[in-house]
Design a protein around this ligand. Structure first.
Ligand SMILES: Nc1ncnc2c1ncn2[C@@H]1O[C@H](COP(=O)(O)OP(=O)(O)O)[C@@H](O)[C@H]1O
Ligand SMILES: N[C@@H](CCC(=O)OP(=O)(O)O)C(=O)O
Length: 368
């Protein structure tokens, strides 16, 4: 492959799997499957993130039930088996099903376990097919967002590229389904607010769920990890031929040339802060470089309950988010030190126990 990728994550949207919401169709999957086969033949490992279980299972449920979240989850459970079986039929090598949630990825131990499982499957030339485990997700408002999930998976799998296959040619300057004069952006090297402003949601009542916004969020996560990201039209075979020839058939979001380290990327984009410490506004401007100088005397307040090793958010007292970091102290211990109201005791304690947060485990939040 002239792109020279060692490993790619291919994300396939619902509209490609179940275009009419009456079960799965292999119509559009054939060219994607062929692409995967060719990548593997060229020595590029592939991880597949496939949506479509809700759409595939929908025909088993009556119309009036379909908007309820509990029913959508049931649709996902019913459609998942059919979706996996459809993919499996298209390959003459083994595939494996992985169902996971954002919460699984936010937990560092589970994240490492997911990472190891993916690596082991790839080593054994088994194709991992990943979807969100919709049955156990607790977000009541919606089922699934496989765009962000695919970016987290791409980071966990140390992929070189993330290819998001959708029902449009890429990112347009406005929603092409609503504006005839919308223009395709073929290249994005900086994802800022103006890029987000172009994105609309998914088609109302359509098969997909996230629209462009979640794809841009995914691209932002992936490029900061050094992963080139493409949004492409999965309906056309030419897309995949172009990708194999090293061309860009859709929108290419350029990977950062100085990617974040894996653990910092995880902290910034995947983990959830379990609590907060509030520091004085004039405290060291550059916490990122001098994290180890954060002492309990600079901390004005500790919010929430967290344990040693949890991710915490460090905020200024005016509310500005400074950094996310791994806390070497529990909230209980920080509160105990504060209660002593004795600077000498605090200094002595921190000298023995080590810094509250360390430079190695800190993620800057300058863009938020
Ligand atoms: N600026 C934009 N460029 C391209 N598509 C957009 C844009 N804004 C909104 N969309 C919508 O996003 C849809 C793709 O997202 P979605 O329906 O969630 O697909 P998928 O199932 O592939 O995730 C397009 O069909 C289009 O209607
Ligand atoms: N887990 C859900 C994924 C929902 C989702 O993100 O769909 P899409 O916007 O089509 O990628 C499903 O399989 O239906």
């Amino acid at each position: 492959m002239s792109h020279n990728w060692k490993r790619v994550v291919v994300k396939v949207g619902s509209a490609l799997i179940s275009p009419n919401k009456i079960g799965c169709s292999s119509h559009y999957l054939l060219s994607i499957a062929q692409f995967i086969v060719k990548c593997r033949a060229m020595g590029t490992q592939v991880v597949l993130v496939s949506s479509g279980s809700v759409a595939a299972g929908a025909h088993q449920f009556s119309d009036h039930e379909k908007s309820e979240i509990a029913v959508k989850k049931a649709m996902a459970a019913a459609g998942q088996t059919e979706m996996i079986a459809t993919w499996d039929r298209l390959f003459d090598f083994p595939s494996a099903q992985i169902l996971l949630t954002h919460a699984d990825l936010r937990d560092r131990e589970r994240y490492i376990s997911i990472r190891e499982t993916i690596f082991s499957l790839l080593e054994h030339e088994i194709l991992p097919i990943i979807n969100e485990n919709d049955t156990v997700t607790t977000d009541k408002l919606k089922v699934g967002d496989n765009d962000n999930l695919s970016a987290m998976v791409a980071a966990a799998a140390d992929a070189d590229a993330l290819i998001i296959c959708s029902d449009v040619n890429g990112l347009y300057d406005k929603n092409p389904n609503e504006h005839d004069d919308a223009e395709l952006l073929s290249w994005v090297d900086n994802i800022d607010q103006s890029i987000y402003d172009m994105a609309g949601g998914a088609v109302e009542g359509g098969v997909g769920t996230g629209g462009m916004r979640t794809k841009i969020e995914a691209a932002e996560k992936a490029v900061s990890h050094g992963i080139d990201t493409f949004i492409v039209n999965g309906f056309t075979e030419t897309t995949f031929n172009q990708l194999l020839e090293g061309q860009n058939p859709g929108t290419h979001f350029q990977a950062h040339d100085k990617p974040m380290k894996e653990n910092i990327h995880w902290m910034r984009h995947t983990s959830n802060a379990q609590g907060e410490v509030i520091v004085e506004s004039d405290f060291a401007a550059s916490l990122e470089n001098e994290a180890e100088q954060l002492t309990s005397s600079e901390i004005i307040a500790v919010k929430g309950e967290f344990s040693v090793g949890d991710t915490i958010l460090v905020r200024k007292d005016d509310g500005t988010k400074l950094v996310k970091a791994r806390s070497n102290y529990s909230s209980c211990l920080l509160n105990f030190i504060a209660k002593q109201d004795n600077e000498e005791f605090a200094q002595e304690f921190e000298k023995k126990t080590g810094p509250i947060i360390s430079n190695k485990h800190i993620a800057n939040l300058e863009k938020e």
